[in-house]
Design a binder for this molecule. Structure first.
Ligand code: ADP
Ligand code: MG
Length: 694
């Protein structure tokens, strides 16, 4: 029977629903996914009640109603600014449908004289005339069943109407079948949850609009989703654990050598996290550890010291970063610190030329390359590692979870360290990665001065430019960041190029420009010139946002800062204040573009330097998906579950998942099939597709 369900239309394309063609499919795909089950697991944005009345009467005044009317005539409009009225009747009563604006031609088409139509809207009365102003729906008679009762309200997209949405849901609901329950009876009972099929039906067609009841419906589905997520995590973790990984001992000699070369003393915090990582590396089960440390807290050196342990062992280590620029920087930094230790370090990004790429690829394949630094290019299909034992992912918020997992399958079973400046609350971290261990750098290097942050209107930009003279006199570095416009690199470039030309008039060759369209060599050259102070003012698009480290950079100017998000501003500001010199961040804004939110963001940045506080504010303003970089990578972890609010549900689901997982070897085959079916149902958008509890 379960086979039948697995094969069942729930997993078929929405296109199998009568009335949905390729065009509508595309719209649905954008909103919820392309399978029927995706549609069914879409939570309505809201609910409302609408009554179908056969005869108009005063008793329904000011109610949301559905009414069948006869169109009698379109009344003449004497002036285009006058309301447009259509006289109709319902049995013996007359009613006017009124539009204050509207295209006459269109209205004549949808309400043709002499025809019967359904009108939905609020019934009102002026004098003794009934009227409905701007009806919400005007529909053909056969749509009546979808237009009244307790109605679900869905988030729409341009081109998709509510009635098409509801009709599609109704048709999809017909394909639902009873499925044996997978949630333990006690849990169902305790929470007062209903069987799955009924829950899905009630989600879209609630019998009564009672908040408590609707909450229960959503809760059960959220629990399902959390449970499937946790089971998947446990299964994956088990798989990872089964494979033995490389035990990597500390190489004290190399470590001391590196430490003797760095021009500062490691903070207690850095030493502590290094120890935590070393202990993990020295085990036969692979490490999965998250390293949190605010912007500029010194994560890179931690990564490097722990990486060095692989060098004498014929094990490869890789570090993946989100931008090419950062890859180059790490490459240079690592090459420099490893200078008199024989190490083969390679740089791999998607932009290096094919010939070089081939050479690098070979080196990775035959094991000559010991440390591989690069962007996501390092885990493309054609890259095969000889013996990858340790992976570091820098600035994790820029990558999707699926990319991380993709990388981990490249090694035999590598240790993984994920580094981030975004403080992820523990519950969220748990949700994302199961029981990942967490290390924190809690103190900043002691030499740091507080960064002063000011905001200034764009009409005073000449003042800012004048202020930059000081930079030239003192031979310090300044960044000038131009905004992201419509996420289009081309437009970004125009803004940056214009600014570059203007600044050049004042500061001549001291001004440089860097942007994503440059070749890797050009970028390298510019950054070198900036570091060696041939260039002092660097105009840039947001490509410098993460990780770039130029210790003498003391000024960060952000143009149209109102366009940037909080974490972006924090990251950008993190490019300065990296030494003992006093730094200033200048947030330029366009007065006319300032709204409540952008104002709040600018104030938050001005008043806070602590990344944790800023992340908290960010969380409030944007929700968790974006913070974790899930949205940025177009990857959504959950459809129903809200990890910020459903903490209790998640806890319960985790416990249940553990209990199912522990029993997995003694579960009856038929029960296993049920569990796997649910995993499939809730696994539609997941990267960990088709994992089953074998
Ligand atoms: P992030 O944590 O943002 O990746 P980085 O690793 O780039 O920060 O470090 C920021 C700067 O601080 C670098 O220039 C680095 O050399 C320097 N740094 C790191 N650790 C210390 C320390 N213990 N004392 C002083 N400076 C440090
Ligand atoms: Mg960094």
């Amino acid at each position: 029977m379960l086979d039948k369900i697995s094969e069942n239309s729930l997993f078929n394309s929405i296109e199998n629903i009568k009335g949905i063609g390729p065009k509508t499919l595309k719209l649905f795909k954008k909103l919820c996914g392309k399978k029927i089950i995706d549609l069914l697991l879409t939570i309505p944005r809201n609910y409302k009640k609408r009554k179908y009345i056969q005869n108009i009467s005063d008793e329904h005044l000011n109610e949301e109603i559905v009414l069948i009317v006869n169109v009698i005539k379109h009344l003449p409009q004497f002036h285009p600014k006058m309301p447009y009225k259509i006289l109709c009747n319902n049995n013996s009563s007359e009613i006017e449908i009124i539009f204050f604006r509207g295209y006459v031609k269109y209205l004549k088409k949808i309400l043709p004289t002499g025809e019967k139509k359904i009108i939905c809207g609020k019934l009102e009365k002026l004098g003794n005339k009934y009227q409905i102003i701007h009806p919400e729906n005007i529909s053909p008679l056969e749509e009546l069943p979808y237009l009244h009762g307790s109605l679900s309200v869905y988030s729409l997209t341009r081109g998709l109407t509510m009635s098409v949405y509801r009709k599609s849901i109704s048709k999809a609901l017909e394909k639902l079948i009873e499925i044996p329950e997978w949630i333990n009876k006690d849990i169902l009972k305790k929470n007062n949850w209903r069987p799955w099929k009924q829950t899905v039906e009630l989600l879209h067609k609630p019998k009564e609009l009672n908040d408590e009841k609707i909450k229960k419906i959503r809760e059960r589905l959220a629990f399902d989703e959390a449970l499937s997520h946790y089971i998947k995590l446990l299964v994956t973790k088990e798989k990872i654990k089964k494979n033995i990984c490389h035990k990597i001992e500390v190489d004290k000699k190399i470590k001391d050598k590196i430490i003797s070369k760095i021009p500062f003393k490691l903070t207690e915090s850095q030493l502590k996290v290094i120890k935590e990582i070393e202990d993990d590396l020295n085990k036969e089960t692979p490490m999965l550890r998250l390293l949190q440390g605010d912007v500029a807290s010194g994560k890179t050196i931690v990564a490097l010291i722990t990486l060095a342990n692989v060098l004498k062992k014929n094990i490869q280590a890789a570090i993946m970063v989100p931008t090419e620029l950062l890859a180059i920087q790490h490459y240079n930094y690592f090459s420099d610190l490893f200078k008199d230790i024989r190490v083969n370090i390679v740089l791999l990004t998607s932009k290096i030329n094919n010939k070089e790429k081939e050479i690098v690829q070979k080196k990775i394949e035959n094991g000559v390359a010991q440390i591989i630094i690069g962007t996501h290019a390092i885990f493309q299909k054609n890259i095969n590692f000889k013996n990858l034992g340790y992976i570091i992912i820098d600035e994790q918020h820029r990558f999707g979870v699926h990319q991380k997992f993709q990388l981990s399958v490249k090694g035999c079973n590598p240790h993984i360290l994920v580094m981030t400046a975004t403080p992820i609350p523990r519950t969220l971290a748990l949700t994302m990665y199961g029981n990942m261990s967490i290390s924190k750098i809690t103190e900043m290097p002691s030499n740091r001065k507080k960064i002063e942050t000011i905001s200034i209107s764009s009409n005073k930009i000449s003042k800012v430019i004048k202020g930059l003279k000081k930079i030239i006199d003192k031979k310090l570095n300044a960044f000038w960041v131009c905004p992201l416009i419509d996420e289009s690199e081309k437009l970004d470039l125009t803004a940056a190029t214009n600014r570059f030309e203007k600044l050049k008039k004042f500061f001549g060759n001291y001004v440089g420009i860097i942007h994503g369209k440059m070749s890797i060599e050009e970028k390298k050259k510019i950054i070198d010139k900036f570091k060696s102070k041939k260039i002092l003012i660097l105009v840039s698009t947001t490509i410098i946002e993460v990780g770039i480290d130029v210790p003498d950079a003391t000024i960060m100017i952000i143009e149209e800062s109102n366009r940037f998000g909080l974490s972006q501003l924090h990251q950008l500001r993190g490019r300065i204040g990296r030494s003992d010199k006093k730094s200033t961040c200048v947030l330029i804004y366009k007065e006319k573009n300032l709204n409540e939110y952008s104002k709040k963001r600018i104030d938050t940045i001005k008043n806070n330097t602590d990344g944790f506080k800023i992340a908290e504010e960010d969380l409030k303003l944007r929700g968790f998906g974006e913070i974790l970089g899930i949205k940025q990578s177009g990857y959504q972890l959950f459809k129903i579950l809200d990890p910020l609010k459903d903490i209790k549900i998640m806890d319960d689901a985790l416990n249940e998942a553990k209990s199912i997982f522990e029993k997995r070897n003694s579960i009856k085959k038929s029960d296993k099939e049920i569990i796997n079916l649910f995993l499939k149902i809730y696994n539609q958008s997941s990267s960990l597709k088709y994992i089953s509890i074998a």
